[in-house]
Every structure is written in C-alpha cells, then in structure tokens.
Design a protein around this ligand. Structure first.
Ligand code: ARG
Length: 459
C-alpha cells in the first residue's frame, strides 16, 4: 500500500494529528475549576466502588486542590504542545505533584467525552444563575423607576410616528415585561442544563458500577442524564442557553434603540450619564450613546455565536465527535456578552436622567384624535362613523392651521351635531391615558398593577 506524501516541514502538524489546530487549552482553561471539582467527585465515587483505595483518593484530592490553587493564583504553567486541553493539563500537573502511579488512576473508567460536558454543564449552570441575579437587579431598577416616574406622560409611537399618549412608565414596563419573560425562560433552561453526565464513559456507560447519584449530589446537579450515548452527544443545553441569550440580546437591542432615539436633541426625553456615553474626538458638543450602541451591536455577536453552535452540530453522527469542541468557545463568549450587557443596561437605566417637560412638549393634539372618536362612541355612534368624523376634525385643523384642541365648539358642532361642550374634556392628555384603564393599559392603576406583576415574577 502506497503511503501518502510526507507533510512539508513547515506544516502545522506532522505525521500525527497534533499541534495548535487540535488544541483547546487556550479557551477551555476557563473550565479549570469545574474540571477539578468533577475529577474529585469522580475519584471519590471510584473509591466507593473500590476501584481505587481511600488513601489513593486522598492523594488525588489533595493534589487536585493544589492544581486548582495554581490556577487560582495564575501560577499554573501550560506546557505548549503537551497540554492539549484542560483535562489533560490538569492530569499532567496532578502526576507531577503526586506521582504518575496514583495520578494515572484518576481517569479509570472515565472519558474526556463525559468530562467536557460535565465541566460545561457546571460552568453554564453557575453563569446562568449569576445572569439570573443580574436580570433580577435590572428589573428591580425598571420597577423602581416606573413607580417613581409614573406621572410622566409622553408620546407613544407606532411606525416611529406619534400615535397616542402614554406614561413613560408604560414604556419602561413594555420592555421590562419582555425581560421578565426572559427571566422565566431562563429558569426553565437552567433545569435542563443542570444534569449530570459523569459516569457515562466514552459512550457506553461506566464498567465499575459507579454511584452516579453520589456524584450528582456532590456536584450540585439536579438530576442525571439517563442515556450514556445521549449524554456525550448532547449540546442541546448549550443551544438552548445561547438561543435564550440571542433572544434576550434582541430585546436588549430594541430597548437600546428606543433610548438612543429618546436621547437625541430632537427628542431629548432622556440624557445618558457621562459614565455611559463618550464625547467625540472632533466635535466638542457631542455626547454619544456608545453604551446603548454597543448593547445594540453586541446582539449581533450573540446571535452569531448561537448560529455557530447550531451549525457545528448539524448532521453529526451519534455520540462524541470532535466538532463538538467547537461548542465551547461560542458558549464562553456569548454568555459573557450577555452577562456584561445586562449589567451595563442596569447601569444605563439606573443613571439615566429623564426630562418630563420634553416628553410633554412632544405631545401633539392630533394624538387625541382617537379620543375624539371615542367621545362619540360613548354617545352611541358606531366607531366606523366616529373614526370618519374625527378624521374631518383633523382635516379642519390641518386646513385652518388651528390646533385640533383649539377648534371652537362651533367648528366642532358644524362637523357633527352630536358634539357637546364637554368635547373640551377629550383634549386632555391625562384624561386620555387615564381612560386606558383596562388591564394592561397606560392608566395609573393599570401601570401600578403591571409593576406588581413584574415584581412578583422576580421571586
Ligand atoms: N477537548 C475536547 C472537547 O472539548 C475534550 C473531549 C475530547 N475527546 C476525544 N475523544 N478526543 O470536546
């Protein structure tokens, strides 16, 4: 049989598949702590199974704690070309500390295939729980602001055109409740992340009757993964988490976009704190909403990481394939982006200065055209007709240049005889928002109720 051509000397790897292209240590070192805790739990279970002695277990545990201390203090020295990934690096170092004979027993009945998912699941669980805390803090800021600034009335927009008056707090809660749904989803996702794959071996299971329940408990998992082949193949827990993060960031980008618009001189509803904006290197008067633009921009990479991860899994055959190593980096990167973003959003919102006078000044009597129509509805006129009549009031105002709320009673009466003097009451922004008192609307009572609903979801 003819052998293939010899690789050139300057190629990335030689006859065997080694070297940089194969390595994951430069990113999976982030999982060092989980890797060590997983190894200790695994060794303890092996000691219970009688496959290593108690004394050997104690040496392994003590050695691994030393390895962890090295990572903790940045003293761990990665050996290039030897430490392929975090699992091999930790085991190599353990051997140097306690001797290869005992260290060589750590991996008994274990595979890196189960080890890497164990590390990932523990890491992700902890990160998602921290993110849950950040999200709750952000929502507390939303709730507090919504309560404090409930009297501010501003234009609500559709198509970015002035539509109807709303409370500023109603706007706050429109985004807040979307984030609260994200919170609910997150709590659901964590349940499926926090399952124990350890004791599944390379694919077929553990041959030494390992007590997997004991490992589950020690590592703080909520339960087991019940099929060893599935356990090493599965990255659904990462997919679901990154899909979650992509959607949260999509919500974040829309929230940020509103605030970017509201912070322009043309709107002036809000002013960002200096800590969350930057000046221009050229134009001294400028204050750019960089923080919000980055939140909007990072939603792109959050989506991209999710897409990378999903593509890496497409069409893989059963169980572990090295493609799955590509699931680690998108996870590490996107989860950090999401976590940072929520904390930045919190800072932006907590320090934002609102300008209720500007909000009010942006209101326009035409935004009450629906209220004029509703006025006649209350007098028994069908809405299709009232909509038309109100439209004629708008036209009259446009033609005469007289603001709609300043049309005389006679002018209104001439358009439709059913207008009475109390039509003047329809031209009041407060009255307009207060009329929207059905659950979910912009009246004060409805907004206060939303704050209660949101707060109850925070737990
Ligand atoms: N570094 C690998 C990963 O992240 C660990 C698993 C390696 N397993 C294997 N059979 N080569 O996926």
């Amino acid at each position: 049989m003819a052998s293939g051509a010899k690789p050139e000397g300057n190629m990335l790897w030689g006859g065997r598949f080694t070297g940089k292209y194969n390595e994951s240590i430069y990113f999976d070192r982030a999982l060092y702590k989980q890797d060590i805790l997983g190894s200790i739990a695994f060794a303890r279970a092996n000691a219970k199974a009688g496959i290593i002695s108690q004394d050997e277990f104690q040496q392994i545990e003590a050695g691994l704690r030393k390895v962890q201390a090295e990572w903790d203090t940045d003293a761990f020295v990665i050996v290039p070309g030897v430490d392929e990934d975090i699992h091999t690096a930790n085991e190599r170092r353990l051997g140097e500390i306690i001797g290869k004979h005992v260290a060589g027993k750590l991996h008994t009945g274990r595979s890196r295939n189960e080890q890497v998912v164990c590390d990932m699941r523990m890491w992700l669980r902890d990160e998602l729980r921290a993110i849950e805390g950040h999200l709750v803090s952000l929502l507390r800021v939303v709730a507090a602001r919504a309560e404090k600034e409930i009297d501010y009335v501003m234009p609500g927009y559709t198509h970015l055109q002035r539509a109807q008056p709303i409370r500023w707090s109603h706007w706050l809660l429109s985004h807040g409740l979307a984030f609260a749904s994200d919170l609910e989803r997150l709590r659901e996702v964590v349940k499926r992340v926090n399952r124990n794959p350890l004791g599944c071996g390379a694919l077929a299971g553990n041959p030494f009757n390992l007590d997997r329940d004991m490992i589950t408990e020690e590592l703080g998992f909520d339960g087991l993964l019940w099929n060893s082949m599935g356990a090493v193949a599965d990255r659904d827990f990462v997919t679901e988490s990154l899909q979650w993060g992509a959607m949260l960031m999509q919500h974040m980008s829309r929230w940020a976009e509103d605030l970017i618009i509201y912070s322009t001189s043309e709107f002036g509803f809000v002013r960002l704190a200096d800590a969350y904006s930057t000046g221009s290197s050229l134009m001294p008067q400028k204050k750019n909403p960089d923080s919000l633009e980055l939140l909007r921009g990072r939603s792109a990479s959050a989506f991209g990481d999710m897409a990378t991860l999903m593509m890496a899994q497409k069409g893989l055959p059963s169980t572990y394939n090295k493609d799955l190593q590509e699931s680690v980096e998108p996870m590490l990167r996107q989860v950090k982006t999401v976590s940072d973003s929520i904390q930045i959003a919190n800072g932006v919102l907590a320090t934002l200065v609102t300008n209720p006078a500007k909000m009010r000044a942006a209101l326009d009597p035409f935004m009450l055209a629906t209220d004029v129509a509703d006025y006649l509805v209350r007098k028994g006129v069908p809405f299709r007709e009232t909509h038309h009549i109100s439209g004629r009031c708008v036209a009259e105002s446009e033609q005469t240049g007289i603001p709609m709320n300043e049309l005389s009673y006679e002018q209104m009466k001439a358009i439709d005889a059913r207008f009475d003097e109390d039509i003047a009451d329809a031209f009041d922004y407060e009255v307009s928002v207060e009329r929207r008192s059905a659950k979910g609307g912009t009246s004060k009572s409805s907004v206060l109720e939303q704050i209660e609903v949101l707060t109850a979801m925070l737990g």
